[in-house]
Design a protein around this ligand. Sequence first.
Ligand code: GLN
Ligand code: ZN
Length: 757
Amino acid sequence: MNWTIVGFPRIGEFRQLKRATESYWKGEITQAELKSRADQQCSEQWAVQKQAGLPQIPVGDFSFYDQMLDTAFLIGAVPARYVSLGLDQLDTYFAAARGYQGEKGDVKALTMKKWFNTNYHYMVPELDDETRFELDFSRLAEQISRARADGLEVRPVVIGPFTFLKLARLKGKKNIADYLPGIAEIYKRLLAEIAKVHRGWIQIDEPQLVKDVSAEDAALFTRLYESLLAEKQNKILLQTYFGDVRDCYSQIISLPFDGVGLDFIEGKKSFELLQKYGFPKEKILFAGLVNGKNIWRADYAAKLAALKKITAVAPSVTLSTSCSLLHVPYSVKNETKLSAEVTRHFAFAFEKLEELAQLAALAEKEDYASDPAFLENRKLFGESPLRSDPAVRQRVESLHEADFHRSEPRRERQNLQRKVLAQKLLPTTTIGSFPQTAAVKQNRSRFRKGEIDKAAYDEGVRGFIRECIALQEEIGLDVLVHGEFERNDMVEYFGENLAGFVFTENGWVQSYGTRGVKPPIVFGDIKREKPFTVEYIAYANTLTEKDVKGMLTGPVTILNWSFPREDVPIKETVCQIALALQDEVLDLEKAGVRIIQIDEAALREKLPLRKEDWHTDYLDFAIPAFRLASSKVQPETQIHTHMCYSEFEDIIPSIDAMDADVITFEASRSQLTILDSLRANHFETEVGPGVYDIHSPRVPGVEEIKSALRQMLEKIPAENLWVNPDCGLKTRGTAETEASLKNLVQAAREIRAEIPQ
Ligand code: GLN
Ligand code: ZN
């Protein structure tokens, strides 16, 4: 059977591209040097793919920053403010990616957004009424010709016009349909240009098709491709990923595509669609059966069984990945610290190539069940004592509905808490972290390198805590925090302190541009072996008469920023994490901590792409998991949560159902609309909409904060309002933090005085 992949990672096996690009930005290497390093990296990666036997190499999946941004440059949809800087092509590109401040001008970068339901961020293209598409095929052409020079059979890859238009920000009066003729024309020209240098397959990615597609958009898609495909000279693969195409399957298969790529991992209805509507014999189905987003070895028995079912409907099948391998690290062979018992379960990008080749070969065999490769694979899927802990399973199984609810209704709790905690109106607080100064980082890195022992490290952290408490008292904040100086990352810290997680050395995945993340891997059942946040927080509490918040990362966020297991349902894993956190919550409470914040920064991130799946596939277990972690406390213990955005207008009832007592969130941008929706939904949780934006070093003035508070008070009863910045302060400098918080406290005081009590 034929096989392929949707795309490959591009940051470099050892993040070479990151280093080269950042050196170029710093002026340490020339543009020619950057390009030559990038070329070399592409060639090396292509060679790996070729060696693995990949028949056709996707080309165009490489990018200096982001593929959406590449597409904008490819079709000439580059905002004038970047072009008019008069920089060369690559520098104009980087100006759009990261902003430019220098002798040629001062422009901000394009906005960045999450790429569907992944942790990758793309640059949001902008279209205005003046946008005139103009083809610049040079970069793609160069890549194609270099790959061909390497002796490869290539398949050029581009992001399709439908996805591009739907994700672009339309800044003028024109609507999507107005751009249709222009963009169809430009893609037609693109296909014609490609045809001059390449014969064979072209892949057009249209992930937008897995979202909710209205009838109107489906019609737009059809019109677009009718026009595009009319004069095609190559074979066109329409590639979808991150879900199924339930709203437009019949339109897709009736268009003259030569191949259609469907995701059988996240596309829960993909197979049903095939069965229901069939699949045209003359087309090739690119069956995305190997998970492009997760790091586990594929279960050959399951994959081969699925292939059998699929080929019964669609006779011409090419085995593929569910999405680009961009979302997994490069290679397991670069992990030297994990035991073989652990790593044998992993398949990163390189290993997935091997798996695809093996699976494709096995699929040809009648008697694959006795093939050594198959038998070897079988061994991975038995019960492993490393991965399952009967006590944890038992604990999850014996949960009752009551475990998910607090003993008293929220209104009563809130009254009680106000009394017990003696909280005044408009209490001031922060989100948790304080600036991670050079000294803080040095303390951590010296400990990691073994230059100082645990006792010295601890004393270092305690010192930072003392300073932080003193600073907050001086500023006059009401509810204090310990400052999070022992944490470098809010999820990593928790993963490291809970049993069940493993960490890689080189498992980097691109997050945006040159930035990568190294997500923890949920390897086995999760439990907490001993308290790990109590000591520092209890210590902080001894330093002040005021309350210091206990600070935890929530179960959903821990899960969403990790690679989840595939051998255990997500729902089970999130319960396990929640129970581990519940232990920590109760220990904090026992240690006298009266306010506990459980951050759910990433709660919205894994919300399914389709509305009809929101509850059943996500919220129905995510929200209860938060409650499981937080509900066992006494009614007078105040539970806070925090989210990094206010884009939760559409799930407000679910947020309220987390049953926290207080929620803080980012609101500096869309303040008013969210406040209206909170009111309309009778939101009961007390709220602290961030009064200033911590993503900028700017110090907000007292008047500015007061005016934000006045606006908030128009929508929210004073007794429900908290005053805080919009996120943690760890990336900020100390001076600006102190100045900003002083203004915040001052503003709260002045507004408080205006409220009749
Ligand atoms: N408590 C964390 C902090 O203050 C929250 C971080 C976040 O929301 N991303 O840093
Ligand atoms: Zn935040």
